[in-house]
Design a protein around this ligand. Structure first.
Ligand code: GLN
Length: 488
């Protein structure tokens, strides 16, 4: 298990009390021990990590400051491009592809002294909710190896939850940092669309995609968001402002904050044990001085349908670039059309093909207005409805996932049931707003349950204040189902 938080590790490395080399060797040893079982990492960059650690140690020895994440091991979801390190998106079509540049977030991490130890498993092209759509086998949940870690960033969540690394990055198009964080019992954050550069994030649904932090605690997640966030002129959707200022306000508390519990996400379809934990979290915020009440956002019921039109539509366009010519693998054939068909037929898995077909259909002439244009109208309405609620509330809360981690294979034959597991996370992506999942106890079987906090656009600072209060409360009361379970 990991020795200390990212903050503590960086402080010790900067002060010369621990060498980055020792920290990295410890992380690599933990990966050696646990990864064969968990399949969280697709690729471990041990040599590169050791060389980077030695460089950090040389900086410290020379009296220079390597940065706020000095010597801290981090895992990168394998849809973030890394110069000289294979980036597969867990797809056969990109297997072996080695990008020629680093994503902006990867550059920012190195500049802050963080050290990547490898690339983590995901649902192919980030399409999925369980990491079972990986071409390289599923990742297992560290809390119960017969269960899924969530997805699509399941490898990153499992890597942090098992203590192989204190930090990881994921991407969140419809919940892919928050939902695996919830199922694995770690902190996962999606910040306001545009706060983190998407340069070097392999595109899934470009108007929804955001890169986000995983950490074992709230303060580490806050620091990681500050390091990766802020304007990037290379991304035209990047907001021209500094990274959200969250760390400084973590101890500000929630006294007087108005928090709404979203009633549409507390009833049918949500496991009673999950509802009980959200109610317990609401009480914890109340005890800390917040004013908590139920709120209704009826348009939430249309979000899942709208998302499963908008995201596949964007994906069908984004994935047209994998044609056997520009990237990755090629299956040779007699002519170009046959080559492209064979390459895509063999290169993409079933779910990716399903999304491409759904998206192409939704965008096709004659159906565009009925599907895509309607979904965009729903999106506008959802955003307006959230904005209206935020005129009278500082934050909202609801479950992150309708259930704790389910068994491997339980939903793989039924895509619609799998899509339903995204019901609590998708609304925020459609709205472009920030949200985070904070571990808040377990069910009766010891499986983690996350509470989701949602904020208005650029409301990260307030959201993190509440996250810190929940974390404190979860630690203090042992936050378990026996004490706070349904009906108790
Ligand atoms: N589960 C959702 C999907 O399959 C979200 C995935 C994501 O956020 N990358 O599209």
């Amino acid at each position: 298990m990991s020795a200390g938080s990212a903050l503590e590790t960086a402080a010790a490395v900067r002060a010369g009390e621990r060498s980055a080399r020792e920290v990295i060797d410890e992380s690599l040893a933990a990966i050696d021990e646990a990864n064969a079982d968990l399949n969280a990492f697709l690729c471990v960059t041990a040599d590169e990590a050791r060389a980077a650690a030695d460089a950090v140690d040389a900086q410290v020895a020379a009296g220079d400051d390597p940065g706020p994440l000095a010597g801290v091991p981090i895992a990168l979801k394998d849809n973030l491009v890394t110069r000289g390190v294979p980036t597969s998106c867990a797809s056969r079509i990109l297997a072996g592809w080695v990008p020629p540049y680093d994503a902006t977030v990867v550059q920012r991490l190195s500049a802050a002294g963080a050290i990547s130890v490898g690339k983590t498993n995901l649902d192919e092209f980030a399409m999925g909710s369980s990491t079972e759509n990986s071409a390289f086998g599923p990742t297992r949940n560290p809390h119960d190896r017969e269960r899924v870690p969530g997805g699509s960033s399941g490898g990153s969540a499992a890597a942090v939850a098992s203590g192989m690394v204190p930090l990881a990055l994921g991407s969140d198009t419809g919940g892919s940092t928050r939902q695996p964080a919830s199922l694995c019992g770690v902190v996962g954050v999606k910040s306001t669309y545009g706060t983190v550069s998407r340069v070097g994030l392999v595109a899934y649904g470009s108007s929804l995609d955001q890169i986000g932090p995983f950490a074992a605690n709230v303060a580490d997640a806050a620091l990681l968001l500050e390091v990766i966030g802020g304007h990037d002129p290379g991304d035209s959707t990047s907001l021209n402002r500094p990274a959200p200022d969250v760390s400084k306000h973590l101890d500000d508390g929630v006294d007087g904050l108005r928090v709404g519990v979203i009633s549409e996400l507390m009833g049918e379809g949500i496991a009673p044990e999950v509802v009980a934990r959200i109610r317990a979290a609401a009480q914890a915020l109340e005890a800390a001085g917040a004013i908590v009440e139920e709120v209704s956002i009826p348009s939430i019921s249309a979000c899942l349908s709208a998302y499963y039109i908008v995201a596949p539509a964007e994906a069908s366009s984004n994935l047209s670039r994998y044609d056997g010519v520009r990237y990755g693998n090629r299956v040779e054939a007699a002519n170009v059309t046959d080559m492209m068909t064979a390459t895509r037929t063999q290169g993409f898995g079933d779910e990716v093909k399903r999304r491409i077909m759904l998206g192409t259909y939704a965008l096709s002439a004659g159906y565009y207005d009925a599907f895509y244009a309607t979904a965009q109208k729903v999106r506008t309405k959802v955003r307006a409805d959230f904005d209206a609620v935020y005129t009278s509330h500082d934050l909202l809360m609801c479950p992150t996932s309708p259930t704790p981690a389910w068994r491997l294979g339980e939903k793989t034959d039924d895509p619609l049931t799998m899509y339903l597991s995204d019901i609590c996370t998708i609304p925020t992506n459609l709205a472009g707003h920030p949200a985070a999942s904070i571990p808040f106890g377990t069910d009766g079987a010891g499986l983690p349950i996350g509470v989701q906090l949602l904020g208005p656009a650029l409301g990260e600072t307030t959201m993190f204040r509440a996250a810190a209060v929940l974390e404190h409360s979860a630690r203090g009361d042992g936050a378990n189902a026996e004490r706070h379970g349904d009906g108790s």
